[in-house]
Design a protein around this ligand. Structure first.
Ligand SMILES: Nc1ncnc2c1ncn2[C@@H]1O[C@H](COP(=O)(O)OP(=O)(O)OP(=O)(O)O)[C@@H](O)[C@H]1O
Length: 232
């Protein structure tokens, strides 16, 4: 089977520098894989390391051990050892990450935030903005909100801007961290549809879904992350 993203023996611990450099091991020997068109949901108890694993997959946290293999430009790229410029290129073209909270940039409109990844990839600004507007509208963001910076938006509105940005770009690999956490039932349904459409066009998706109904409807299988003491 060929995978869009796979980890081999991934390990990560945190070092608490202000507490005598105490090491907190979080991930050990993680072998996870996701194929094109598949959605894998990370499960496991609170504090087990699901968010840490997601951040390692996107390169926000460096992996201490193991490999993170991403199908990028037709070849398997090890994100764990790739130079920063290659990681940035992979993020532009291949792997997207919808975090739980939007990173708000002062004075930048919602439309520009959503269109930005498309423009970075070379899509003409007018087309990128049309696609951004269409996604925002699908997520029930009224046109008057498109021109506003999302700093003053509600939690659910900010999450929808973040989701529009992630889905508009049509990344081949998409990481979703609790994508429906702040949404009402109607918008939750739309996100479920967007995930199904992304799978349909061959995207590989890894998600954390605390809403078990959403998880059961979108996930093809679960990958359990266990606290290291339990896994040993
Ligand atoms: N930056 C950090 N520095 C030190 N410890 C951290 C850091 N980030 C996470 N941890 C610890 O790593 C462990 C895993 O945290 P993580 O947030 O990945 O868990 P999770 O499975 O996503 O939990 P939840 O389901 O509650 O969101 C926890 O014990 C947490 O306290």
């Amino acid at each position: 089977m060929s995978y869009s993203l796979a980890t081999e023996g991934l390990g990560k611990s945190f070092t608490l520098h202000l507490q005598n450099a105490t090491a907190i091991p979080v991930l050990e020997g993680v072998d996870l894989s996701v194929a094109a068109g598949e959605c894998v949901a990370l499960s496991g108890p609170s504090g087990a390391g699901k968010s840490t694993l997601m951040r390692c997959l996107y390169g926000n946290y460096g992996a201490e051990r193991g490999r993170i293999l991403l199908r990028h430009r037709g070849e398997m790229l090890d994100l764990a050892s790739a130079p920063a410029r290659v990681v940035i290129e992979a993020r532009r073209e291949t792997i997207g990450y919808v975090s739980q909270f939007l990173r708000v940039i002062p004075r930048v409109s919602s439309l520009a935030i959503v269109a930005e990844p498309l423009i970075a990839r070379g899509v003409a600004p007018a087309e990128a903005e049309a696609r951004a507007a269409s996604l925002l509208t699908r997520l029930n963001m009224a046109p008057r909100l498109h021109a506003l910076p999302p700093a003053t938006f509600s939690g659910g509105e900010q999450q929808r801007v973040n989701l529009a940005r992630g889905f508009a770009a049509e990344y081949p690999v998409l990481l979703l961290d609790e994508p429906t956490a702040s949404l009402d039932a109607a918008n939750r349904e739309i996100v479920i549809t967007l995930i199904a459409e992304a799978k349909g066009r061959g995207a590989a998706i890894i998600g954390i879904f605390h809403d078990t109904e959403v998880r059961d409807r979108v996930a093809d299988r679960l990958f359990t992350v266990l606290p290291i003491a339990d896994a040993a």
